[in-house]
Write a protein that binds this ligand. Structure first.
Ligand code: GLN
Length: 451
């Protein structure tokens, strides 16, 4: 813990942490030592972790990197973080993220973006660590914590993991409790870890997941011993390659990485089958209707009355308007406007309802595909880490970063991103493995071979 705290101090330029909690960390570490000395202790005893600023942490400022939450300091702990502390983990601080987890480059944070510890060969330009869990990815990749919590609504665990050479997994919807996680899009949000290895990610996920009566969508299922899956290999497994993911303009480099992954799995005894997920091309548009719609409803609570920053107006309506206009950043405002529009009467059927139908089709695509295979292999992201400002001017180009990841959220399926190679420019590239519902084991088995 001491070593990580020192590293954090020296690496503040990475802007990975938005709150550092050194005193709390040392206190937790000492308590952990005492438990170990008594021969007691949990599965994460003394492990120093960073926590995405989306998780409510009792007594520690939590703002989802939005001005609207001001200096909000929760009086309660999220279930996921409590599960980690119950196993002896140590909190180093809160990690940077896109405002309310909306983004793919972490450039929408009120605290400014974290910096990717990786650089292109022969080029010193600062690169984004991806988003929205950019702080988590930068901190794990830059050795500023052993592992971190993150969250994934449309790719925010898997894409930053791919950009930083780390491992990230989003579990099946309902495996991890959303209690105490700042909500973005409730039917898509899931907690998960970003870690250095597939095995670390399996251990962390095992502990983060639990049935929780405080979250009505939490599943009553046992959490398996995923760590033991990591070295089981893939002999006899059928791996599906969805032809629709070979999108127009896919770079040769990413195509080559995908082929390399296929070759590794074949060599390890897996059978490769071509599959079809015919509605893939509608996933991104459906996501960018469903997610903003849910966000516009979830974020209605930030009215300047109950939490955070208030800007006084002459009457209640003006106070709401002024607080929301100054408290929310541009991207969040864009999503709230889209969301409110697609839910409004007269447009609801044409947009929101249609998107929900598409979502059902995407789910059915996966059900059909999984009759032919045990897991699906795709690239994690269509690009390597990009420079600051490169895509922030064009929301559509930014949204394209999620093209391979949103399908798993829409269908509620588990997906892991594993570092699988380097680009010609020397940057990490990830492959994604999507599993059947509740079959994270398949993700870990395939991930263990790709790693
Ligand atoms: N990049 C996607 C978005 O902006 C996904 C974000 C996420 O998974 N939290 O909505």
């Amino acid at each position: 813990t001491g070593a990580f705290l020192q590293a954090m101090e020296k690496s503040r330029v990475l802007n990975a942490y938005v709150v550092e909690t050194p005193e709390k960390a040392m206190e937790m570490a000492r308590a952990s030592d005492a438990r170990i000395a008594k021969g007691e202790g949990g599965r994460l005893e003394g492990a120093p972790l960073g926590i995405k600023d989306l998780y409510c942490t009792k007594g520690v400022r939590t703002t989802a990197c939005s001005n609207i939450l001001g200096e909000f300091t929760p009086t309660y702990e999220s279930t996921v973080t409590q599960n980690l502390w119950d196993e002896g983990a140590v909190m180093l601080g809160k990690l940077n993220m896109d405002e309310f987890a909306m983004g793919s480059s972490n450039e929408t944070s009120r605290f400014g973006p974290p910096i990717n510890p990786w650089r292109r060969k022969g080029d010193n330009a600062g690169l984004t660590p991806g988003g929205s869990s950019g702080g988590s990815a930068a901190a794990v990749s830059g050795n500023l914590c052993l592992a971190a919590t993150a969250s994934d609504t449309g790719g925010s665990i898997r894409q930053p993991a791919s950009f930083t050479g780390t491992v990230g997994i989003k579990p099946t919807y309902g495996r991890a409790s959303r209690y105490g996680m700042v909500a973005f899009a409730s039917s898509l949000d899931q907690a998960g870890p970003i870690a250095k290895t597939v095995e670390d990610s399996a251990l962390l996920l095992e502990i983060m997941c639990s049935h929780d009566p405080k979250d009505s969508t939490s599943l009553k299922v046992e959490t398996p011993d995923w760590r033991s899956d990591v070295r089981k290999g893939v002999k006899g497994m059928k791996i599906g390659i969805p032809k629709e993911y070979r999108i127009e303009g896919l770079s040769e480099e990413i195509e080559a990485l995908w082929q390399q992954g296929i070759a590794w799995l074949k060599a390890a005894g897996a059978e490769i089958v071509e599959i079809s997920l015919p509605h893939t091309k509608y996933a991104l548009p459906a996501y960018y209707i469903v997610a903003p719609a849910e966000a516009s409803s979830n974020l209605a609570r930030y009215d300047g009355m109950r939490y955070g920053a208030r800007v006084e107006g002459n009457n209640l309506t003006q106070t709401y308007e002024a607080s929301r206009a100054s408290g929310f950043g541009k991207e969040v405002q864009r999503r709230l406007m889209i969301g409110t529009y697609v839910l409004s009467s007269g447009y609801y059927d044409a947009y929101y309802l249609r998107a929900q139908k598409v979502r059902a089709k995407i789910f059915q695509d996966f059900v059909g595909a999984f009759e032919q295979c045990d897991a699906i292999l795709t690239p994690a992201c269509p690009s390597t880490a990009f420079a600051f400002g490169e895509k922030s001017g064009d929301p559509l180009e930014m949204y394209l970063m999620d093209v391979f990841t949103v399908t798993a959220n829409l269908a509620g399926l588990p997906g892991i991103s594993v570092p699988a190679g380097l680009s010609a420019s020397g940057l990490p590239l990830g492959l994604q493995v999507i599993g059947k519902a509740l079959d994270e084991s398949a993700c870990f088995r395939v991930g263990g071979v790709l790693e």
